[in-house]
Design a protein around this ligand. Structure first.
Ligand SMILES: Nc1ncnc2c1ncn2[C@@H]1O[C@H](COP(=O)(O)OP(=O)(O)OP(=O)(O)O)[C@@H](O)[C@H]1O
Ligand SMILES: [Mg+2]
Length: 298
């Protein structure tokens, strides 16, 4: 299983959007990984639940929360050594045929976040417990999925053990960002948390999560904002021994104003079929940086 974390400590930069697009593309039937269609999981670690709600709908997420079939109870059970039925915790995004021509809505699984109640768990979790969280979750998922995408929340710090465990269990971390001044100013915070997790991995002799690169989102390479800031972005990436991905996601005109109904992913993709060329390129570059080959089927 390859685990890809999507993280920036700044809010609203496109973590959930990038997570959704990647998950959707990899599960679309358009690519094969190791000669077969990969099984894809999205772990939503943001209490707001935007990515899980977009994929499986508000009702299903509310049900999972009520039944405690969300990420924290799963981790708690795994930590206690209890036998679990993973099927109780993963929500299936309904398959369907997109009215769009090329891609079907493939099978895709989601683990939803709770809205609250993790503060207590995290308060009583020391370093050992935090490292164990990442380990047990990874081990439980590993036999069942080929690619796991972890959608992280913004504003995390060293107390937020569950999101940090999401980073720690990942093979590779990508940082979506837009090329604006305010977002650039916030990037060092994200890198600090990433380096913190990498240090822990090193100390604990766990495989160290790699920094896959910065993914430019809401970007127009002709715009002044991009021209003003791209060199600085490259420098910031170089300081972290990483890169800005060649491919990027432009502003999708009405994505930010899509109503709750149309945010449902099936509908969203039908509206953005043209936009999908960008998603495809970013997803294939992410695969390459994450160290697996996603072969485009046709
Ligand atoms: N490329 C894009 N074009 C247009 N709108 C976008 C694009 N990417 C994201 N958005 C919009 O920007 C808003 C924030 O995006 P998103 O929720 O993905 O960010 P986030 O980093 O996950 O935010 P949070 O920190 O709240 O989790 C959303 O309304 C989303 O629809
Ligand atoms: Mg988000």
């Amino acid at each position: 299983m390859k685990t890809i974390a999507i993280y920036n400590n700044k809010g609203g930069v496109g973590k959930s959007t990038v997570s959704l697009f990647l998950a959707d593309y990899f599960s679309s039937g358009a690519v094969t990984v190791r000669q077969r269609e990969p099984r894809i999981l999205v772990i939503d670690l943001d209490g707001q639940g935007s990515s899980s709600i977009s994929l499986v709908g508000l009702r299903t997420v509310a049900w999972a929360r009520q039944e405690k079939r969300t990420v924290a109870p799963l981790i708690q059970k795994l930590r206690s050594g209890a036998k679990i039925d993973l099927g109780e915790y993963v929500l299936l995004r309904p398959e369907g045929v997109s009215r769009g021509r090329q891609l079907s809505l493939g099978k895709l699984w989601v683990i939803a976040p709770e809205r609250d109640g993790i503060v207590e768990i995290e308060k009583n979790c020391d370093l050992r417990c935090f490292v164990r969280m990442a380990k047990v979750l990874k081990e439980a998922l590993d036999p069942h999925f080929d690619i796991t995408i972890v959608d992280l929340p913004a504003n995390i710090d060293q107390r937020n053990k569950i999101p940090l465990a999401g980073l720690l269990m990942s093979n590779v971390i990508f940082v979506p960002t837009d090329p604006s001044r305010v977002t650039l100013n916030a990037l060092p915070d994200a890198f600090e948390n990433i380096q913190y997790v990498r240090r822990i991995a090193r100390d604990q002799k766990i495989k160290v999560p790699q920094l896959g690169g910065i993914i430019l989102n809401k970007t127009d390479k002709r715009a002044k904002q991009y021209r003003l800031h791209h060199e600085e972005l490259q420098e910031l990436a170089a300081q972290q021994n990483t890169v800005v991905l060649k491919n990027f996601l432009p502003e999708a005109p009405t994505l930010s104003t899509a109503s709750d109904d149309s945010l449902e992913f099936g509908a969203l993709r039908e509206r953005y079929e043209k936009y999908y060329g960008h998603v495809r390129k970013v997803a294939l570059e992410v695969a390459e940086k994450a160290g697996f080959t996603a072969r485009s089927k046709g």
